[in-house]
Design a protein around this ligand. Structure first.
Ligand SMILES: C[S@@+](CC[C@H](N)C(=O)[O-])C[C@H]1O[C@@H](n2cnc3c(N)ncnc32)[C@H](O)[C@@H]1O
Ligand code: SF4
Length: 377
């Protein structure tokens, strides 16, 4: 009851800001994005979406304000707990087609607030990545990506800055090559460090406030003792933000791979485990399907990243229009199941949000010395 009241009060505050000032204080991965000057259409849709999320409503179904786009489904590295490197999750390598991406932005962009441009693969391997960002940015959508940092040449860094991208996360899971390559198999730490320097330099050369350069460290059993070294490295490389992410693959299986990497220090773990299995949260409510979805590199639209194998895809954007997919029968049936019987959806078994997260260490941003958390306008 109290929680509901707190949620309603929070909603009322945001609704006021949205309606009266056209502002939206969005926090994603602990970074505050203060969005201003939002057009009426987007504002109204967001208003409906937030109301539905607050009250867990089945209807109305708004357009999604958030979406994740899988730009490529292949990678230059072979991180052992990433589906891109695991044989049984192999998919035909694909780059999302630029014209299908543009169709998505043309048809859903008026309502979109925030796009995460990565999936199971390395986004910067897409030759049209910057053109995609530019297209979404021109529509007023906030765009964020995550990269393993191997393709951040001076040229690409400059194009990225010019594209208007808001945040670039660079995954660096070790302060020495030996530790780094235990998870980032096939990676070269010096190349990644040079990439971060290139991006920081391009930003400064072009006198641009964006992107926010977020150096990310996934804390695991083999690198947990390098926390201080990696923070110092982030400061040395002049990243704007250093973020710590707890380890948690987006699949659950009995291969034992998850247990190989769980940090020994309990406070650094993402999940609670009992008898070797993640413990699920009882109070979990999923609002994906109303507020966002996953645009897969093969042009299909899925409800969630956990359905990256597209076994329950809602439709194919190359063949259909977005509104027919999003408001269509398949999407509606899946939402109904999500609302009433989540266990009947196969991919929800893989859900990272459903498992109990340990307080505080799901994702923590620690400002580097001299580089606190920043508000991006
Ligand atoms: C699948 S990766 C794709 C983007 C890019 N290739 C990269 O590594 O940053 C998406 C995000 O998941 C993170 N990630 C990879 N393996 C992870 C794991 N086992 N647990 C938590 N996050 C993970 C990456 O660091 C990245 O921020
Ligand atoms: S770099 Fe990213 S996409 Fe590539 S294998 Fe590692 S986590 Fe997966």
């Amino acid at each position: 009851m109290r929680l509901r009241f707190t949620k309603l009060a929070e909603y009322a505050k945001i609704a006021y800001l949205l309606a009266v000032k056209g502002e939206f204080p969005l926090t994603r991965e602990k970074i505050d994005y203060h969005i201003r000057g939002m057009p009426l259409k987007r504002r109204y849709n967001l208003f409906l979406s937030l109301l539905g999320d607050t009250l867990n409503l089945r209807r109305p179904v708004p357009f999604p304000p958030y979406f994740q786009v899988e730009v490529t489904n292949f990678c230059n590295l072979r991180c052992p707990a990433c589906p891109a490197a695991i044989k049984r999750y192999h998919r035909k390598p694909r780059c999302l087609k630029l014209d299908v991406f543009k169709k998505f932005i043309d048809q859903a962009g008026d309502y979109l607030v925030y796009l995460s441009m990565w999936g199971i693969g390395e986004p910067l391997m897409h030759p049209d990545f910057c053109s995609m960002v530019e297209y979404a940015h021109k529509k007023g959508v906030l765009v964020v990506t995550s990269t393993n940092g191997h393709y951040l040449t001076p040229e690409l860094s400059e194009r990225l800055v010019k594209s208007g991208i808001d945040t670039v996360v660079i995954s660096v899971d070790g302060a020495t090559q030996e530790i780094y390559e235990k998870y980032r198999v096939g990676g070269n730490l010096e190349q990644v460090k040079a990439g971060i320097r290139n991006l920081v330099a391009a930003k400064s050369r072009l006198k641009s406030k964006t992107p926010l350069v977020n150096m990310r460290f996934i804390v695991m059993s083999h690198n947990e003792n390098q926390l201080n070294d990696i923070k110092a490295l982030a400061a040395d490389l002049k990243a704007d933000v250093f973020s710590l992410r707890s380890f948690g693959p987006i699949f659950i299986d009995d291969s034992g791979i998850e247990h190989e990497f769980i940090p020994s220090e309990k406070r650094l773990r993402r999940y609670k485990y009992e008898n070797g299995k993640r413990v699920n949260r009882r109070d979990f409510v999923c609002r994906l399907g109303w507020s966002g979805g996953f645009f897969v590199a093969d042009s299909k639209i899925a409800l969630c990243e956990a359905d990256f194998m597209t076994r329950q895809a809602l439709g194919n954007l190359e063949l259909e229009d977005f509104k027919d997919i999003w408001f269509g029968r398949k999407a509606d049936d899946l939402r109904e199941k999500l609302h009433t019987d989540m266990d009947s959806i196969a991919f929800c078994k893989n859900c990272v949000f459903r498992s109990s997260q340990l307080e505080g260490y799901d994702l923590v941003n620690i400002g580097c010395e001299g580089f606190g958390l920043k508000e991006v306008c």
